[in-house]
Design a protein around this ligand. Sequence first.
Ligand code: GLA
Length: 384
Amino acid sequence: MDIEHVRSRFKKHFDGAEGYVYASPGRINLIGEHTDYNGGFVFPGAINKGMIAEIRPNRTDKVRAYSIDLKDKVEFGLNEEDAPRASWARYIFGVCREMIKRGVEVKGFDTAFAGDVPLGAGMSSSAALESTYAFALNELFGEGKIDKFELAKVGQATEHNYCGVKCGIMDQFASVFGKEGSLILLDCRSLEYQYFPFKPEGYRLVLLDSVVKHKLASSAYNKRRESCENAAAAIRKNHPEVEFLRDATMDMLNEVKSEISEEDYMRAEYVIGEIQRVRDVCNALEKGDYETVGQKMYETHYGMSKLYEVSCEELDFLNDCAKKNGVTGSRMMGGGFGGCTINLVKDELYDAFIADAKESFKATFGRSSKVYDVVISDGSRRLA
Ligand code: GLA
C-alpha cells in the first residue's frame, strides 16, 4: 500500500491541502465459509493488502470523494436521499449514513483513496473500504465513541442497506480487528474472538487468483442465505432452540428432509459440515497437525463446489491442480463465483506447484492466474 501515492493525489485534487490518512486491510479466511450468517465460526486474518484513504473535513455539508484507481470524482450530501449512483461511492455514503444513525455527527469532507486488494478476488476489498471510513469518521467526527465491534457492524450494515448484499460479519470484523501474525477465531453469534498465532513451520499460505469475477454474485449470495434460513426455520418447528443452522445437527436436518427443497437441504448440509470443520481445524492447529488442517480445506472445497454450488470451473481446476501437486490443503475462498483458492503448501513443494498452476491454468483458460503470498497483518489504523 502506497501512502505517498494517495497523498500526492489528494493534494492534486483538493487544493494542495493535507488531511489525515487511514488504512484498513483485506482478509483471507483459513476455513469457515458461509458460516458467519449462520451464527457459526470463521477463521480469518487481515492481510498486507488493503485500502488507504486521506480525509480532511471541509466545513461544508458535502462529501467530495475521489477514487484514485478509477480516476472518478463524486460529490454527495449526507442525507438519506443523497445516495450517489457510482457503486464505489455508495460504500462511503453508506458508512457515513450508518455512522450518523449511531449518533456520530458526520460533516462534509474531502477524500481520496486507493487500494491494492484486487477487486472481486474474494479478499474483501469492499470491507477494507468500509472499515477505513468507519474507523476514520469515528476519530474525526465521533471522538472515538463507537467501539470496534460496532465499526465492523457499520461496514456490514452498509452492505445490507446500501449495496444489496446480505453479508455476514466476517470480512469487516477481520479488517477492523486484524493482528499481525495471527488468525482470528470468531464466533459470529456472540462475537467472542480469539487470536491464534499462525506461523506454520515448513509451510506457506498462498492465494491463486482465478481472475474470474462473477456479476451475479450478490444475488446468488443472498439466495444462499435464504436457503439456510429456510432450512433453519423448518428445523426450528421441531427444535425451538435452533436459532441458526449453527445449532442444528445432521439428524435434525434429516428429520425435515421431505419438507424442504433439495436445494435448501444441500445448502444446509454444507453449512452444518463446515461449522464442524472449523472446530476440527482449531483442534488440529493446537496440535500442530497441518495434515488434518489441509484435509479439511479440501473437504470445504468439495462442499462449496458440489453442495453449496458457489464454485466455478477455474476454481475447481486450481483445486485439482493443488491436489495433483501434493499440496497439503487447498480450497476456494470467500463468497464464491470467482476469486482465489487458498493453499497450504509445504515449502519444498511451493516452486513446482506455483509453476505448474500458472502454466496449466494458462494452457487451459488462455489467460494468466495471479499469485499472492499471504502476509497476516494488522487491522484498521491511522497512518498519518
Ligand atoms: C463474503 C461475505 C462474508 C462471508 C463470505 C463467505 O465474503 O461478505 O460475510 O459470508 O462471503 O464465507
